[in-house]
Structures are given as structure tokens and as C-alpha cells.
Design a protein around this ligand. Structure first.
Ligand code: GTP
Ligand code: MG
Length: 294
């Protein structure tokens, strides 16, 4: 699907003999179809038209490259690594089923093995989703498979207490990284703030200065819903970086462009499958090239 989408963009460029009003309209529709969102798509197509007309760019390939430049300006990438020799706490946030727990496991596996540009010996998983019945077992199983320590309390207990204990367990063995799994939430801002306040405070207290990161996990197949989630979570707690999951199969992924443009939020990692190794550092140029089929 991702491939067939970029094929469509490519074919719009190659079939359009005249670069006219109609071309830009079709391009807008196509960007919307690619999950960029109507408002952003319209603004980008409009800006592209202005640039190409003022710079007298008429050739399809050259227009495509101008479009790439515009998209690259909007999409933000962030290099996110635990700081060496310090106490890092990363909290995974997001609505139900986006891939928070799986992402925690992928990050733990990658850092343990020195992938994703960083090796961390001391990693502890905090089972701070105490809400969903099977969440504790799910994370425990990942920990067992990966050989990574998991700290958990009982189902229904206080998630911030889990983070507190996980951070103490980490510290006992030296500096490193606590990865906190949290429960899937979809609320309005007020409820989110109330629910996350305590765990947020605990993470901040337990991490060294500047080493606490709030990471929002979004499902790339959900299109503009992901933008709305990013908006709500960012207003409620302030998001540092994004992990875009399920960027395999049917995802078109354009939402990273609108999240970058409208909220200024960067993507740190991208996941392309259910396996532990299906995670990579987000590369904006590669991503835009894939999007445009370049
Ligand atoms: N194809 C694909 N599937 C993924 C990816 N990431 C996660 N999944 C799958 O998505 C489903 C949900 O993943 P979880 O990690 O349990 O999601 P969650 O956000 O923790 O869910 P809740 O705890 O219920 O809120 C699982 O079946 C995962 O295997 C990905 O990058 N690609
Ligand atoms: Mg989960």
C-alpha cells in the first residue's frame, strides 16, 4: 500500500503534461490521501505553486524536488539516546493498542545489544500499566525473552509507585535507563493531566536533570487521528518525541509531516513490524523519499 501510494504520486508527476491549476489540485488531494491532513496539504501545495512560479520551475522532476524540500522542512527528526552515566527515565504514552508495550520491549532489546546508536547495560522496565488486566504479564514475558529486569506491582496498584521502585532498582546497579510502560488512554486534556500528574512527577523526581523523556507512541495507520492524539497529549503533559509504529503494510505515514508542521514535534524512532528488531532511528530524508517514491 505504501508503495502503491508513492507510485500514485509518481504517476501524477509523470502523467501531468501541463503543470497547471488542476495539477496542484490533484496534488493536494493526493497529499490528503497520504495522511498529511487537508489543512497542511493545501498550504504545502499552495506554497509549492508559488515557489515554482516565482522561480520558474516547470519541469516535473524539479517540482518534485521542490516538494521534497518543503516536506523535509516540516517533518522533524530527533536523535534520542539515553545519556551515558546518568539516570534516564523514558515514559511511553499513547492511546490503546498503538504499540507502547511492544516499543518498550524493542527499545530495551536494541539498547542492550547496542543498536539504535547506543549501548546501555543497565535497563529496567517499569510495568506502570497497572490498569489493563494482562499488561503486567505481557511486559514480564518480554523481559524474560530479552533478559531485561522488569519491576511490577499488583494489578490495579499505583503506577507511579512502580516507576519509583523501578528507578531505585536501576540506581542500585548504577546509571542506565528505566523504560516505563503506561496504560492506553484516550481522554480530554483535563482528565489526562489529572491522571498523569503523579506519574509525571515521579519520573521527573527519579531521573537526572534533562534525562526524563515523554515519548508519545502513534500508530501510523490511523492517519489524522494520530495528529489529534499528539495535540491532546502534548497540551496535557508536553511530549518530547514520537515513536511512529506500524509503518509497515498499509501505513502511508504522512501524519509525521502534519505533526511536525502543526505541533513542531519530532519523530525519534519508526517501527515496521512486531519483531524486536523492527525498530529504527527515524530518518526524515529516507522517509520523505519513500513517501514520494523517489
Ligand atoms: N505490524 C506492526 N504491529 C505492531 C507494531 N507495533 C506494535 N504492533 C502490534 O500492535 C499490537 C498492540 O501492541 P501493544 O504494544 O500491546 O500496544 P499498547 O499500546 O501497549 O496497547 P495497550 O496497552 O492495550 O494500550 C500488538 O499485536 C503488537 O504486536 C508495528 O510496528 N508493526
Ligand atoms: Mg500496553
Amino acid at each position: 500500500m505504501k508503495k502503491s501510494f508513492s507510485e500514485k504520486i509518481k504517476s501524477l508527476f509523470s502523467k501531468s503534461s501541463a503543470i497547471d491549476e488542476e495539477f496542484y489540485e490533484e496534488l493536494t488531494d493526493m497529499l490528503v490521501e497520504g495522511d498529511i491532513g487537508a489543512k497542511t496539504a493545501f498550504l504545502i501545495a499552495d506554497e509549492l505553486e508559488d515557489i515554482c512560479s516565482s522561480e520558474k520551475v516547470h519541469e516535473q522532476n524539479a517540482i518534485m524536488l521542490k516538494l521534497k524540500e518543503l516536506l523535509l522542512r516540516d517533518v522533524k527528526a530527533m536523535e534520542l539516546k539515553p545519556e551515558e552515566g546518568r539516570q534516564n527515565v523514558w515514559m511511553m504514552l499513547g492511546v490503546n493498542g498503538v504499540g507502547k508495550t511492544t516499543s518498550v520491549a524493542k527499545l530495551a532489546g536494541a539498547f542492550k545489544e547496542g543498536r539504535l546508536g547506543c549501548k546501555v547495560e543497565n535497563v529496567v522496565l517499569a510495568s506502570a500499566d497497572t490498569f489493563r488486566a494482562a499488561a503486567i504479564e505481557q511486559l514480564a514475558l518480554h523481559g524474560e525473552r530479552l533478559g531485561v529486569r522488569v519491576v511490577s506491582h499488583q494489578h490495579g496498584s499505583d503506577p507511579s509507585a512502580v516507576v519509583f521502585d523501578a528507578a531505585d532498582a536501576l540506581k542500585a546497579k548504577g546509571p542506565g535507563l528505566v523504560l516505563a510502560d503506561t496504560a492506553g488512554r484516550l481522554h480530554n486534556k483535563e482528565n489526562l493531566v489529572r491522571e498523569l500528574q503523579k506519574i509525571d512527577r515521579t519520573c521527573k523526581l527519579k531521573a537526572d536533570e534533562g534525562c526524563y523523556k515523554k515519548i508519545l507512541v502513534i500508530d501510523a495507520t490511523t492517519g489524522q487521528n494520530a495528529l489529534r492524539q499528539a495535540e491532546v497529549f502534548n497540551e496535557a503533559v508536553g511530549i518530547d518525541a514520537i515513536i511512529m509504529t506500524k509503518y509497515d503494510s498499509s501505513a502511508k505515514g504522512g501524519v509525521a509531516v502534519s505533526i511536525g508542521r502543526e505541533l513542531g514535534l519530532p519523530v525519534a524512532f519508526v517501527c515496521t513490524g512486531e519483531g524486536y528488531k523492527d525498530i529504527a532511528v527515524f530518518d526524515s530524508e529516507k522517509y520523505i523519499d519513500e513517501f514520494l517514491g523517489l
